[in-house]
Design a protein around this ligand. Sequence first.
Ligand code: HEC
Length: 229
Amino acid sequence: MKQVFYLPAMLFAGILLFNSCTHEPPVAFTASPAPTPGGAAEVCFESDILPLFQSRCALSGCHDATTHQNNYMFDSYANIIRNDLTPGNATTSKIYQVLFETGKDKMPPLPNADLTIAQKALIGRWINEGAKNTNNCAQHCDSTNFKYAAQISVVMNTYCVGCHAGVLPAGGVILNTYTGVNQVAISGRLTGAVSHAPGYSPMPKNTNKLSDCQITQIRNWVNAGALNN
Ligand code: HEC
C-alpha cells in the first residue's frame, strides 16, 4: 500500500524540482527598452553590461563557469551571447525577459539583487544595438567627477551590489546603502580592496579590476570625506 502512495508522490516532487529551474514565457511581458536617443553613445558592453552579469549572475552556485545552471554561463562576452539572446531584438531574448519575471522565475533570484529599471533598460538597449562586444569606452569615466550619487553609487550598483547586499552581504560589507559604503570608505578598506593593495581582499572578487579612472574616482571621493553628495 505504502509504495502505491510513494511513487506518485515522488514523481510529483521530481516534477516540481526540475521545473523550479526553468522559465516559462512571462505572463504579462510589456517592457520594451527605449531606442538609443539620437546621437547618444552606444551602450558600452565592457563597462556597463559585463559587470552586471559578472556580479549578479556569474556567481558560485548560479551561472559561473563551474556551476553553469541551466547551461548558462554569464562570465564573458562569448558565454553571455551564446544562447537565448537575439542581437537586435531584446523583447524576444529570454535573457532580457527573465529580468521582468516575478516569483521563482525572477532573475536574479535573490531578493536584494534586483536590477534597477535603468539597468534593465541598459541591457535592453545593448541587445537592441546588436549586442556588440564594445570595449575601451574610456569616455564613460571622468576621474575629476566623484560624487556619491552620480559616480560612486553607480559603480557600487554595477560591480558590487550582487554580492554586497541583503541579509548575508559578502564579508559583512554592505554596498547598496550610503551608510554601508561610507563605513568601508573611512576604514580604508574600500580603497584598499579596489586598488588591490596588499592586506586587502582584491575587489570586485574573481573578475577584472576596476579601471584606473574608476579607482581614482573612489580614492578622490574617500579623500574628500566620503560625503553623501
Ligand atoms: C562575486 C562576489 C563579490 C563581488 C562582485 C564583490 N565582492 Fe567584495 N567581497 C566578496 C567577499 C566574498 C568578501 C569577503 C572576503 C573574501 O572572501 O575575499 C568581500 C570583501 C570585500 C571587502 C572587505 C575587504 C577587506 O579586505 O577588508 C570590501 C571593501 C569589498 N568586498 C568591496 C567590494 C567592492 C567595492 C566591490 C565592487 C567594486 C566588490 N566588493 C565586489 C565578494 C564580492
